[in-house]
Ligand binder design. Sequence first.
Ligand SMILES: [Zn+2]
Length: 141
Amino acid sequence: MSKRTNPMAVKSALAYTVEEAANALSKTPATIRNWVKDGLPIMASHKPYLISGAAIREYLRAKRKDAKRPLEPDELYCPACRQGRRPTDMTATLSVLTANTSLLKGICSHCECPCARMISAAKVSEFAGIFIIKKAADSEP
Ligand SMILES: [Zn+2]
């Protein structure tokens, strides 16, 4: 997603079809359907279903808030939970990506999906005080 979607582009008192919502927000209908799959509530009593402008605003605001939430020092980012989670057993695997960047990978303690966090090489020792860090096999010299 390149540009932030303006929640004010829809009117909270109106209900929209997928196509109308897509037009109002300058998105494709496929994007709107993805939002519905992602949890945007629909008014299923109508065929084709309608989405209330208020629900779209709420959804977009929640999404933006999620994106802004910074990770706590003891969290990795879980794409399945869409938020920071502690890794299982506080264990993380460290992969060196570049001279300045490393990647911490773990298993989400909440949903057991892979979670990860990019860290600067300068902070590896700091994170070693928080996580039990194992070196990834592929980053051995
Ligand atoms: Zn998770």
